[in-house]
Design a protein around this ligand. Structure first.
Ligand code: CP
Ligand code: NVA
Length: 337
């Protein structure tokens, strides 16, 4: 498998074999990292001599730290670029042509998906999507690696039920990823938050090719039947903070509760969430929601979030291993194919 020179903008551009390859490369790199404290000789050089630049138009904890740690682990230099001229005194096209002369790869997180596509079109180097309004492909690699580690069966024998805002970046990316690897995908979401019909059509086509299904319902209990994974995300994504009142009204029935977890009919169902999550009152946003709307927990109850079924911190760690795999696969001169 040779992915050298490829951008990673969406899983739509990747085949089942390529996605499985990235996940297994991540698992290998994770094993290697675990050996490092006892055997410093295994420290990585797969990105030695490379430099990457990270552009963030939205906030981040996991994604930024994953790119930085992954790059350092394999010997690359990193610039976290804030206050650039881009879009203010210099066009995106000119800016990324400059960045492409200095860096071997560019990560971008921001709003319109077309921005990350433009960066890939003009920069001349691999570009990695760190989240846009429409997609979050690196998240899905981590979610799938985590599911494999916990469930111990092939991805194409699993069912994932996504409950909540059915058309946000994470939901879209999961639906694409599931269809591509042959995992059954069910989304429970209100009528006004359905994924776009064209994306659903595309995913149903890939799912059919890979022997799986994409189903849509407004009933969370119907969606989670037989699910191996119940997944949710926050109700207002970055940039949608002004929609809090309407989303609470719409999505309150979609909160992931212990009763929903039990309704899969499987003892082994895991709970996944990309994080950050509003499962308690320990953030200023959750406090504001509590004072204004009287809600102590939002998309998932604290009970489920902290339960043994919850694998959310494994997912968070796996962001780093999977992002490392994406960079190594698309940049490394020394990776053996
Ligand atoms: N899951 C995720 O992308 O987290 P950050 O927003 O912290 O990067
Ligand atoms: N849907 C969320 C994901 C955060 C990782 C957002 O865009 O804010």
């Amino acid at each position: 498998m040779n992915l050298k020179g490829r951008s990673f903008l969406t899983l739509k551009d990747y085949s089942k074999d390529e996605i499985l390859y990235l996940i297994s490369l991540a698992a290998e790199l994770k094993k290697k990292k675990r050996k490092q404290p006892v055997d410093p000789g295994v420290h990585g050089h797969l990105l030695a001599g490379k430099n990457i630049v990270l552009l963030f138009d939205k906030t981040s904890t996991r994604t930024r730290c994953s790119f930085e740690v992954a790059a350092y682990d394999e010997g690359a230099g990193v610039t976290f670029l804030t206050n650039s001229q881009m879009g203010k005194k210099e066009s995106l096209e000119d800016t990324v042509k400059v960045l492409g002369r200095m860096y071997d790869g560019i990560e971008y997180r921001g709003f319109e998906h077309s921005i990350v596509e433009d960066i890939a079109a003009y920069s001349g180097v691999p570009v990695w999507n760190g989240l846009t309004d429409d997609d979050h492909p690196t998240q899905v690699l981590a979610d799938f690696l985590t599911a494999y580690e916990h469930l111990g069966k092939p991805l194409d024998e699993m069912k994932l039920a996504y409950v909540g805002d059915g058309r946000n970046n994470v939901a879209n990316a999961l639906m694409i990823g599931a269809a591509k690897v042959g995992m059954d995908y069910a989304v429970a979401t209100p009528q006004s938050l359905l994924p776009s019909a064209s994306l659903v059509d595309g995913c149903r086509m890939w799912a059919a090719e890979n022997g799986s299904s994409v189903s849509i319902t407004s009933d969370p209990y119907e969606a989670v039947k037989d699910a191996d994974i119940i997944y949710t995300d926050i109700w207002c994504s970055m940039g949608e903070e002004d929609k809090m009142a309407e989303r609470i009204e719409l999505l309150k029935p979609y909160q992931v509760t212990a009763s929903l977890m039990k309704s899969t009919g499987k003892e082994t169902t895991i709970f996944e969430h990309c994080l950050p999550s509003f499962h308690d009152l320990n953030t200023s946003t959750a406090q504001m929601v509590y004072e204004k709307f009287g809600l102590k927990e939002m998309e998932v109850t604290d009970e489920v979030f902290r339960s043994p079924a919850s694998v959310v911190f494994d997912e968070a760690e796996n962001r780093m291993h999977t992002i490392k795999a994406v960079m190594v696969a698309t940049l490394s001169d020394t990776l053996k194919f």
